[in-house]
Design a protein around this ligand. Structure first.
Ligand code: GLN
Ligand code: ZN
Length: 757
């Protein structure tokens, strides 16, 4: 008799359907909610999420996937990897939140935060030192397992695996081999597994997404030792090793030889690896096949998933096969039920976390002896409707994309020629000063927007308000003597949303929140169709701002890669095609700005680097099409139109050639936070065009004195030729207050003047 294959979920979004956790956290931090109330909210959410997974028909339901802040921070706590500076704060929530956010008085710096693989989720980076000791320092996994068990649900507790923990940590102090710490770390994991077994766990899920990365021999050897030791740690407790975010590639054989009882693989990112998984999986191991995309919002293609599942079933039998999402559902919104304004047709193409659980269960049913002909045909009908939707494939957009020629991807003349023409037009002093675009989004600005959205003010009133803000901002920039002005971006909320709302092919949800870090959530737009620009998007505000001044005004656009990276992207064509469609729309915008008399256009690409694939071998292809997308957007202009770009995050060393190849006339780049660490790069890499390494770290409320910025400028002049050097903050000023911006920018202008002499 064939049994139904089992269903497995790796993790569920934590925030709650109405972001209850966010509210409780923020109100606790503000001192308005007691810690016990926060913990009660968290407990209610966990119970609710376990129950809904059970009701959806999930057999293996995770626990300890919940976190009050971040799962890596929880892992640090579990193994007692608490950096020295927090130890005086004790072991309670106060210390926990201090690690995440810094000690409230500002005297203890928070742990560093960085992106979790290629997601937009940020984790706290473990800090390890030479001779690091570990000990079991938290009972969270045991407590949450017991909590679920009390509700009658025997969960699969989830822990970050020891390899991933060490691989993602940063080492401080004297240089040492991080994997040398494995022998000390493993006993703590062993103890945790024993405790879970004692509590009644039958399976534990160890998350090892690190296997989707390029690993060296030391990492693989450490993993082998770790799992050999863990195998015997807790007799009776079986280990599920979860990999995701990519195929296993050259790590595949090593992974399949680990002595674990089940392996989870990401069959959305690496369906082509199926045959190798099936061939190399030992007969003692079960396979959880992640066929439902945990990274995107589209309904599953059942035919494609069933094909993979059936091939796996033929090789393994039903007993050894599980069906699952490709990774934790942390990276998709909670559920679709609250989307009432979304276009009904497009909504029918989507699946958020709750709907994805239903898909996993439905796929298991479809694999069973009875099948479910109706569910399958429903799924096919929706897929066919999506394919044929007139906005999904727009002939004009496709023809234009197909006609892109090499000449569209480069400026007509080299930088030196352009520079001379731009200089003749702009007449900028040496070391020109500018900003990155946004000025403070004050409470007034936000309140005016809210009033307009609620229908409390007329469009005309709101327009006048924004004009007044823009005019005041332009006047002030003139007054303090900045050389290249901006309009301030008061009409924008978010740098991607603002463009998505004006482009065809995008939809927005009301409640499609995804955790970014801690209590912070983002609501990415969904790119569902071919992208086109029905009408100019920014020309009105940029020309208005230019009309107020004789100084050059710099128009502001968000680049194609950043729009792509910060959206849910359609899965029915390569990302490159979507990026190029966006680029073509932006190209038209750039040209319209030029025609309207704007002498400078900045195209922000803060997300260019974060789009890099996890594997080095895939970098080249990405950097090629991504760079071409930028050039497609930016190259349609005359020589005397100056193109700027802006990037944040400091590690650019390994992609400097590609950034230079964008051929922007000027790049402004984050630098001040790392004490101009970036300048080391410029010392060895001769950047060909204009460059403004940020001299003011806008991420901090601190106002840098003029002498400090002058010092940075002098340091910059040692490695960047003076006639290429620009003077600017390191990012937009949106999150700052005027009381910081005013003195800081005055100091910046002073510093530039002093440096000129
Ligand atoms: N022009 C944008 C701003 O100033 C750039 C934002 C960013 O780099 N993230 O806000
Ligand atoms: Zn920035």
């Amino acid at each position: 008799m064939t049994t139904r294959i089992r269903t497995h979920n790796l993790g569920f979004p934590r925030m709650g359907a109405n972001r209850e956790l966010k509210r409780a956290l923020e109100s606790t931090w503000a001192g308005k909610t007691a810690e016990t109330e926060l913990l009660a909210v968290a407990r209610r959410l966990r119970a609710e999420h376990w129950r809904l997974q059970q009701a959806a028909g999930i057999d293996w339901i995770p626990s300890n996937d919940f976190s009050l802040y971040d799962q890596m921070l929880d892992a640090c706590r579990l193994v007692g990897a608490i950096p020295e500076r927090f130890r005086a704060l004790g072991t309670g929530l106060e210390a926990y939140f201090a690690m995440a956010r810094g000690e409230p008085s500002g005297s203890i710096r928070a742990m560093e935060m960085t992106k979790w693989f290629d997601t937009n989720y940020h984790y706290l980076v473990p800090e390890l030192e030479k001779g690091q000791e570990f000990h079991l320092a938290s009972t969270k996994p045991f407590d949450e397992f017991a909590e679920a068990l009390a509700l009658g649900i025997r969960t699969v507790p989830v822990l970050i695996g020891p390899l991933t923990f060490l691989q993602l940590a940063k080492t401080s102090g004297a240089k040492f081999n991080r994997f040398g710490l494995m022998a000390r770390l493993v006993p703590v994991y062993a103890e945790a597994l024993r405790r879970l077994r004692e509590a009644g766990a039958e399976w534990v899920q160890l998350d090892e997404p690190a296997f989707a990365l390029d690993l060296d021999a030391a990492a693989l050897a450490a993993a082998r030792d770790a799992y050999a030791a863990l195998r015997t740690a807790a007799p009776g407790l079986r280990i599920l090793l979860a990999t995701y975010f990519g195929g296993l590639g050259d790590n595949l054989s090593a992974v399949c030889r680990l002595p674990v009882d089940a392996l989870h693989v990401d069959a959305v990112r690496a369906p082509a690896e199926l045959d190798r998984w099936l061939a190399e999986l030992p007969s003692t191991m079960a396979l959880s096949l992640g066929v439902v995309d945990g990274r995107n919002v589209w309904k599953n293609d059942y035919d494609a998933s069933l094909d993979l599942l059936r091939r796996a079933q033929a090789a393994l039998g039903s007993e050894r096969l599980l069906v699952s999402p490709s990774c934790s559902l942390l990276h998709v919104p909670h559920g679709l039920d609250r989307e009432v304004r979304l276009d009904a047709e497009i909504k029918s193409w989507l699946a958020f976390a709750r709907e994805k659980l239903a898909e996993v269960a439905e796929l298991a049913r479809l694999m069973g002896p009875q099948g479910d002909a109706e569910a399958l045909s429903r799924n096919r009908t929706v897929a066919a409707r999506r394919r044929r939707h007139p906005q999904v494939r727009v002939a004009a957009v496709r023809n234009r994309l197909a006609a892109v020629a090499a000449d569209d991807l480069r400026r007509k003349n080299p930088y030196a020629v352009r520079w001379a023409r731009q200089q003749a037009r702009l007449r900028l002093p040496s070391l020109p000063t500018t900003t990155i675009g946004s000025f403070p989004q004050t409470a007034d600005v936000r309140a005016a927007r809210a009033r307009f959205r609620k229908g409390e003010t007329t469009a005309a009133d709101y327009e006048r308000f924004r004009e007044a803000e823009t005019a005041a901002c332009v006047r002030w920039q003139e007054e303090i003597g900045l050389d290249v002005l901006v309009h301030g971006e008061f009409e924008r909320t978010d740098m991607v949303e603002y463009f998505g709302e004006q482009l065809a092919g995008f939809v927005f949800t009301e409640n499609g929140w995804v955790q970014s870090y801690g209590s912070r959530c983002v609501k990415p737009p969904i790119i569902f169709g071919d992208v086109a620009r029905p009408r100019p998007m920014t020309v009105r505000w940029s020309t208005y701002a230019q009309s107020l001044t004789l100084k050059p005004m710099k128009a502001m656009l968000t680049g194609p890669i950043t729009i792509l990276q910060w959206s849910f992207v359609r899965n029915d064509q390569p990302r490159r095609d979507t990026a190029w469609q966006i680029a073509l729309a932006l190209r038209d915008e750039v040209r319209d700005l030029e025609a309207a008399g704007l002498p400078i256009v900045q195209i922000d690409e803060p997300a260019l680097r974060e789009g890099l694939p996890l594997r080095r071998a895939d970098w080249r292809a990405y950097l090629d099409w991504a760079g071409q997308a930028f050039r497609l957007a930016s190259s349609g202009v005359r020589d005397d139109t100056q193109i700027h770009t802006h990037m944040c995050y400091c590690e650019f060393d390994d992609v400097m050639d590609d950034i230079a190849a964008l051929d922007a006339d000027v790049i402004s780049i984050e630098a001040s936070r790392s004490g101009m660490e970036l300048l080391k790069t410029f010392a060895t890499f001769r950047y060909p065009n204009g460059v403004g390494p940020g001299v003011w770290d806008i991420h901090s409320p601190r106002v840098p004195p003029m002498g400090e910025m002058l010092g940075l400028l002098c340091a910059a002049q040692a490695v960047i030729p003076r006639d290429q050097l620009w003077v600017n903050p390191d990012c937009g000023l949106k999150t700052r207050q005027w009381k910081e911006v005013e003195p800081a920018l005055r100091n910046l202008v002073e510093a530039a003047r002093a440096a000129r002499n």
